[in-house]
Design a protein around this ligand. Sequence first.
Ligand code: MLT
Length: 263
Amino acid sequence: MSTATINNHNMVYEVIGTGKPVLLVHGFPLNRQMWRVQIDALAQSHKVIAPDLRGFGESDPPSGDVSMATYADDLAALLDHLAIDQPVTIAGFSMGGYVAFEFWRRHKNRVGNMMLIDTRADPDPSEKAAGRKEAAQRVLKEGPNFLYDGMMPNLVSDRTFNGQPDLVKSLRAIMATSSPAGVVAALHAMANRPDSQSLLAEISVPTVVIVGAEDAISPPSVMEQIAKSLQTAEFCVIENAGHMTTMENPDAVTTAMKKHLSA
Ligand code: MLT
């Protein structure tokens, strides 16, 4: 684990392994630990870079508003800090996918490959965006636990929720490391994120689209449409998993990622 001052805030990240760089971007309200199995497996053949985004995990909370552009620019600055100037494979999970789209918009010369995992290219419908902003107000008053409780049944499959209490506990422990300021800022950033649907046809790098068969947040039908709209994409459905594929069926996700990296 390392810490660097990135765009005036302390960012905590791991860099493990050697080889071509793979940048793993976590979802909301999570941190790099959601990639634990993938970090260790991919590091056998690649240089894996796994940061905690601003306000999550061990990174400092944000001091003001953030946007997907803030997170994307933090990642570019982290690559500068690590003196990585060759194109990277960027793997974005859910909110990390929203960041990956923004990274493409702002830093496309740094992208050699993409992995879009349990994410969406469309913006929030207005009701959902309003709901996120209301939730942000409530987090400011009473903290984020109500939000985590409400999210959990949608994050994992019913089978995981009812049958894997240890996994649900680990996921909850990851959430608990998020700072309230980080959660509030990210809720606004997600509500205000741009529509990335028209971007898909412009993404010219090889991409794999990975989704849990029972993902309730970014369902297979939505992700299949993303794959169809991209220039070069493989589409991979992970069985026995809801949204949290990297934790619910970690080996299947690792296999899909390795396959893409070795293609
Ligand atoms: C995530 O997993 O990052 C979130 O569920 C994304 C979202 O709420 O849109």
